[in-house]
Design a binder for this molecule. Structure first.
Ligand code: SAM
Length: 215
């Protein structure tokens, strides 16, 4: 077997499945121009978020970790006219102007912003994609905020295989995987959810989403 070029594999699929998109291209360029890190989801994952939101008929979406609004745009587009999306971001400069009216950004530490949310109607979909160390906290709050039968998605839960590589001792790397490991431990005994990992591969290497359904 030959060594597979996963970037090529992903672009091959996307050349059939994902059309060129000026708004999303602008969001990417805007991130670069403002010196934001290149850590938004890719087009493949962005479209998956959009399709999941549409499949479950999401009307209320909560996002944890906005960056430049790339994933926000993908999910916002899945909403019906009366839908709303709230996105939580700690860094004011990461908040991009020009999102649709349906999308509101709350600036501040997401743990506190989530604690302050007491919506009359719970969320249909919650996408967690901020600092990995806080994943257990974000999950606890997400469970409170999502409706029964609703979906919680968590990004970067494979993280190049490092989450499951217990030989990792580098503090900088542990910072990216410890929270996910704790989340997995928390999910194991939790009778109020069902969850699985969607492992992905492409231009950003190996990673994955956790797909959690609130029972
Ligand atoms: N979801 C975005 C996308 O795919 O386009 C990418 C989000 S990026 C991976 C993570 C974001 O979480 C960064 O913009 C970072 O500033 C933000 N963040 C980090 N710690 C945070 C915290 N404690 N509260 C809220 N946001 C935080």
């Amino acid at each position: 077997t030959s060594i597979v070029d996963w970037t090529k594999s992903e672009s091959y699929h996307n050349s059939f499945l994902i059309a060129k998109d000026d708004v999303l291209d602008f969001a990417v360029k805007n991130c670069i121009d403002h010196g934001l890190p290149d850590i938004a989801v890719g087009a493949t994952q962005g479209k998956l978020l959009n399709l999941i939101a549409r499949s479950i008929g999401a009307k209320r979406i909560l996002e944890v970790g906005t960056l430049g609004g790339y994933s926000t745009i993908w999910m916002g587009r899945a909403l019906p006219d009366e839908g709303t999306l709230i996105s939580l971001e700690i860094d004011e400069k990461h908040v991009k102007a020009g999102l649709e009216d349906k999308c509101k950004i709350t600036v501040g530490p997401a743990g506190e912003s989530m604690e302050n949310l007491h919506p009359d109607v719970p969320f249909d979909l919650i996408f967690i994609d901020a600092d990995k160390a806080s994943y257990p906290k974000y999950f606890t709050e997400a469970k409170r905020l999502v409706k029964k039968g609703g979906v919680i998605l968590v990004d970067n839960v494979v993280f190049f295989g490092l989450v499951s590589d217990l030989s990792v001792t580098d503090e900088d790397l542990l910072h990216f995987v410890d929270g996910t490991r704790q989340l997995l431990a928390d999910l194991k005994g939790d009778m109020e959810i069902e969850a699985t990992t969607i492992a992905t591969v492409g231009e950003r290497g190996f990673d994955g989403f956790m797909y959690i359904v609130r029972k």
